[in-house]
Design a protein around this ligand. Structure first.
Ligand code: GLA
Length: 382
């Protein structure tokens, strides 16, 4: 968590609104394994990170609420009684969505002022959107003493995304950002919303993210199409979700769906198995198996679920060729963003400079590299 970021937000808020704010921090997340399984009631294995969104909030004594994005240099001024989605896909819809979902709970909130800024690269698959949703939902809950539980708050965040942003996302990002714990990953069953915190000890390895700098906006990508394919399969099988579907049942559907739809269903079934295997391997300090599962997961994401892109495939192929990398895959919604790599600490610098050079040479574009620190979930910081 960056002190500079927090001071910037706090100082801006005080200068603009002349009161002491309540300060909240909400992190982004990584995901070890389990991609697109969340909206299929499956398993995921994410963790909150030390990068995120710092938010300052305070009550307003006017008849409007003002929300300031310092990163965008933009203001949103709203009348709580008349909230409307904005047509362009903008940060404002995340904010409007959260406020409107809070109002639906019939809890009382009055006008407020708020300023926020973040240090998660947008569109990189690190869930800047969940960090924004959670920071506002959590901050309003504190400020107005709404008495909503953290679980209620993440559902507010998720519905904001469904209803205002237009992405049929699962619950992984909001859950990880809210419930993350220092040095732990969260093995989450998205069907029951029960979870297990697993310490992340990678022995001689560390997690390195390589950002392809290919930006994705899930609302415009194939994300909702993937969701629709999964829905089609479960409807045909008359099941609540792919979690309840067996390999045999999916095979029986082969003549009724296309090969590509079949592959997508099969990917979800296999990915769920990999998440469970990965959790077990991590608990046994079997980093080799964890790494192998990451490579297998990428193959499924790229060839079966079709959510990778040439830049991500290239980064994973290069990582695979490198002896110091024990596992790598694309991470998050896909179509761009980061790869997650398990890299031997002693040769990590070498790996980083090598992959930067080859990526630049191939695509004439820079990649960005981040070392990941796992940290706590959404919290009051002042
Ligand atoms: C995005 C969504 C999540 C999840 C991932 C893919 O981050 O917000 O709900 O589906 O993609 O695993």
């Amino acid at each position: 968590m960056s002190k500079q970021l927090i001071h910037k937000v706090e100082n801006h808020f005080k200068a603009e609104f002349n009161v002491e704010p309540l300060m909240v921090f909400s992190p982004g997340r990584i995901n070890l394994i389990g991609e697109h399984t969340d909206y299929n009631n499956g398993f995921v294995f994410p963790a909150a990170i030390d990068k995120g969104i710092a938010m300052a909030i305070g009550k307003s004594d006017t008849d409007r609420s003002t929300i300031v994005s310092l990163d965008m240099g933009e203001h949103l001024v709203v009348d709580l009684k008349n909230l409307q989605r904005i047509e362009d896909n903008t940060w404002k819809n995340y904010v409007l969505g959260v406020v409107s979902e809070i109002l639906k709970t019939e809890k009382e909130i009055t006008n407020f002022n708020c300023a926020f800024a973040g240090n998660i690269p947008i569109g990189s698959g690190l869930s800047s959107s969940a960090a924004l949703e959670n920071s506002l939902a959590f901050a309003c809950n504190q400020l107005f003493d709404l008495g909503l539980s953290k679980t209620e708050l993440i559902h507010i965040s998720q519905k904001a995304e469904h209803n205002y942003v237009g992405v049929n996302c699962g619950i992984m990002d909001q859950y990880a950002s809210m419930f993350g714990k220092n040095s732990h990953a969260i093995f989450l069953d998205c069907k029951t919303l029960t979870s297990e915190l697993v310490p992340v000890h990678l022995c001689d390895y560390e997690i390195i993210l390589v950002n392809s700098n290919v930006k994705h906006a899930l609302a415009e990508s194939g994300y909702n199409d993937r969701y629709a394919v999964c829905q089609k399969i479960v409807k045909l099988l008359n099941k609540p979700s792919l979690r309840e579907v067996s390999n045999e049942e999916l095979n029986a559907l082969k003549t009724k769906i296309s090969q590509s739809e079949y592959n997508k269903g099969l990917y979800i079934l296999q990915e769920n198995e990999r998440v469970v295997a990965c959790k077990d391997a991590l608990k046994e300090n079997d980093i080799e198996t964890v790494g192998q599962l990451l490579f297998e997961s990428h193959a499924g994401q790229s060839k079966m679920y079709d959510i990778s892109c040439i830049e991500l495939d290239f980064l994973v192929d290069e990582a695979k060729k490198n002896d110091s990398v024990i596992g790598a895959r694309m991470m998050g919604g896909g179509f761009g963003g980061c790869t997650i790599n398990l890299v031997k600490k002693s040769s990590s610098n070498n790996f980083q400079s090598k992959i930067s050079k080859t990526y630049k040479k191939k695509f004439n574009r820079d990649c960005s590299i981040y070392k990941v620190i796992l940290n706590d979930g959404t919290r009051v910081i002042k």
